[in-house]
Unconditional design. Structure first.
Length: 271
């Protein structure tokens, strides 16, 4: 896999390092989507581990099954994934920003672990460059400006768009927008402590993907995020270890977050 502005190779390396150290027998990928950028690659690299990918989107699971090459992986629709038992490693990559109840989601991940298990959690910075660029793109869609600019681009630049391999085929806009402090509070309240943390990339998403194309810039974009405060990164990666205790925590979306959720759902015609 070649690195990109979204740090997909960096994410793969992060999880690969975790598996190399922990040597899990069973791995669960919650919200695996199409599986092509993570689950399938991990299964091929670690044949001694068994991987289970689950997702609520039937189209993504069908795609994952049709493109599955590894023998040590199975893909299941989440509603059919009953009594799977416990796992040595649970992966939840780019999922928590989509769920209605983030606290309940993290508690579900914790309940899916063996006594010595770990969780890999990755998510976008709700106020980082990627999400802010996405907000601009959403506003441009809703006002019609996006389609005007796209038409002008087609006239001026006679070049077909290149379709990237995506994590999911579902239409599932972000409904949660976490700050660095809020996600850490959520993690602690859900019964985890952070064993390892690493940011993904600095700039990605609408506009940035067209500017950062050369291998040198892509590499710089991934590396520079490690040297700046976490608040400036576009996405974060956590390795979590369960603790003995949890505490009461009520997750509440701010007015700004509720507005952004409304705009995202409006854009994708879910309202």
């Amino acid at each position: 896999m070649s690195e990109c502005t979204y740090g997909l190779q960096k994410r793969l390396d992060f999880v690969t390092n975790v598996i190399s150290i922990t040597q899990p027998s069973r791995v669960l990928d919650v919200g695996c989507g199409t599986g092509v950028n993570l689950t399938e690659l991990l299964a091929q690299q670690f044949p001694q581990s068994h991987f289970t990918g689950i997702d609520s989107d039937a189209t993504s699971i069908a795609f994952a099954k049709s493109n599955c090459k590894a023998k040590n992986v199975q893909y299941l629709i989440q509603s059919d994934a009953l009594d799977l038992g416990h796992f040595d490693l649970v992966i939840a990559s780019e999922v928590i920003e989509h769920v209605e109840d983030p606290v309940g989601f993290l508690q579900f991940l914790r309940s899916s672990l063996t006594s010595t298990g770990f969780v890999v959690l990755t998510l976008p910075n709700g106020y980082g460059p990627y999400e802010l660029a996405s907000l601009v793109e959403t506003l441009m869609h809703l006002t019609g400006v996006y389609w005007i600019l796209r038409a002008l681009k087609r006239v001026l630049i006679h070049k077909p768009a290149v379709l990237a391999t995506v994590d999911t085929l579902a239409i599932s806009p972000h409904i949660n927008f976490f700050t660095n402090s809020s996600v850490r509070s959520l993690i602690a309240a859900s019964g985890f402590w952070i064993t390892k943390f690493r940011p993904r990339t600095f700039l990605c998403g609408f506009g940035f993907d067209h500017l950062i194309k050369s291998k040198r810039l892509v590499a710089w974009n991934a590396e520079v995020s490690d040297r700046m405060p976490a608040q400036f990164a576009s996405a974060w990666m956590f390795l979590l270890t369960p603790t003995e205790s949890t505490r009461s925590f009520v997750y509440q979306r701010s007015y700004g977050a509720r507005l952004r959720r409304f705009l995202n759902e409006k854009r994708w015609k879910l309202r």
